[in-house]
Design a protein around this ligand. Structure first.
Ligand SMILES: NC(=O)c1ccc[n+]([C@@H]2O[C@H](COP(=O)([O-])OP(=O)(O)OC[C@H]3O[C@@H](n4cnc5c(N)ncnc54)[C@H](OP(=O)(O)O)[C@@H]3O)[C@@H](O)[C@H]2O)c1
Length: 345
């Protein structure tokens, strides 16, 4: 079978198409004929070699962590009824025509939902839905989303709105701002404007105080405490990190929540923990968006069902063939696309 392999750490050009032996499902495993492989930003950072401290992978390796496709064979001990099922799954080394996965990993793709859309939800959908649970986003909350036009950001907007939150989406430039508005953001702030933080503050003020009637969220002092703040967000979801994330921290209401789960800028927002404590802000990080297998299955089922019902629309900015995985990575790093990139077999 064909796969895309990182030959050495470096730029997108280190991704090459290779011929590998077809994987054979072992005991308790299924074989998936891959239709689409998911791509996420962090895969470009791992490929670059700059994230070696966090991801102990060494070239040559096949990147990627998620697929959609059809089960074509099963290993010993697995019900043959799996064959023919359309699934998504977390798998390591997903930039490939065929992959194996433990039978406990795949989730069924609902009838009527295409495999391309399903692939776009494997990671971004699970993380977005799980993040909103972890940060207890509740009706009436004002939620500021950084990196709103990206793969996960575009889903966060829609899922936060579905939870009854009021969303301020931060995106870069007119085209991306228009997209996030179309996806349902109540207000949009263009981070390419020099005074975007002030604009965000004004926008949050205009959205109004959250009021005392918001249901308790279970997070220390969350919605009620934010009520007094007026021009602040009950929840800030930072999918960008670095300077941008840091600049957004003061926009978090006293008693609010701040999630520093994103680092496409090169590092997570280095928020002053003592300052957060002083202001009663609950901090969340990348460790809070790790989910066990049962949670992944539950969150996957939720987002796939929402998409099948037409209530959730992943934004796929581009699709590349497996043989052009290098171009896919270049496109992600080029930052001109909206939404996310998938690979098609
Ligand atoms: N996807 C997941 O399941 C998952 C899981 C855990 C954590 N995360 C983290 O969440 C973040 C967003 O992930 P994603 O998959 O949604 O990524 P993505 O689709 O590539 O989106 C990245 C977003 O960050 C913005 N950005 C700002 N500064 C940037 C810079 N210097 N370089 C690149 N992008 C920059 C981009 O907008 P502009 O280019 O327009 O500025 C874009 O909106 C990543 O840090 C990722 O590691 C994601």
């Amino acid at each position: 079978m064909r796969a895309a392999q990182v030959k050495a750490f470096g730029g997108p050009e280190v991704l090459a198409t290779v011929e590998l032996a077809d994987p054979v499902p072992g005991p308790g495993e299924v074989l998936i004929d891959v239709a689409h492989a998911d791509t996420i930003y962090v895969e470009t950072q791992v490929r670059s070699g700059r994230f070696r401290a966090y991801f102990p992978v060494e070239p040559p390796y096949v990147p990627g962590g998620g697929v959609s496709g059809t089960v074509t064979a099963v290993g010993p001990g697995v019900d043959a009824g799996w064959v023919g099922r359309r699934v998504t799954s977390f798998v390591t080394g997903s930039y490939a025509e065929r992959v194996t996965a433990p039978v406990t990993a795949p989730s069924a793709v609902p009838d009527g939902l295409d495999l391309r859309t399903a692939a776009a939800l494997v990671h971004d959908g699970v993380t977005a839905a799980g993040l909103l649970e972890r940060t207890a986003v509740a009706p009436g909350d004002r939620v500021l989303i950084l990196g709103a036009s990206g793969g996960m950001g575009t889903l966060l907007i829609q899922l936060a709105r579905a939870r009854g939150a009021r969303v301020v989406a931060a995106a870069r430039g007119a085209r991306k701002s228009a997209l996030v508005r179309e996806l349902g953001a109540d207000a949009v702030v263009d981070v390419s404007e020099r005074d975007w933080v002030e604009r965000a503050r004004d926008t949050l003020r205009e959205l109004g105080a959250p009021g005392g009637s918001i249901p308790a969220t279970g997070v220390a002092g969350a919605a009620g405490a934010a009520g007094a703040a007026g021009a602040a967000a009950d929840v800030v979801l930072d999918g960008v990190g670095g300077e941008l994330g840091l600049a957004a921290f003061p926009l978090t209401a006293e008693g609010g929540r701040f999630s520093a789960h994103g680092a496409p800028s090169g590092g997570f927002a280095a928020v002053d923990v003592a300052e957060a404590e002083r202001r009663g802000v609950t901090l969340f990080g990348i460790e809070h968006v790790q989910f066990d297998e049962a949670e992944v299955r539950r969150l996957t089922a939720h987002v796939l069902a929402e998409a099948a019902a037409g209530r959730l629309r992943p934004v796929i900015g581009a699709q590349f063939p497996l043989t052009e995985a290098a171009a896919a990575h270049a496109a992600i790093e080029g930052r001109e696309l909206v939404g996310k990139v998938v690979l098609g077999m």
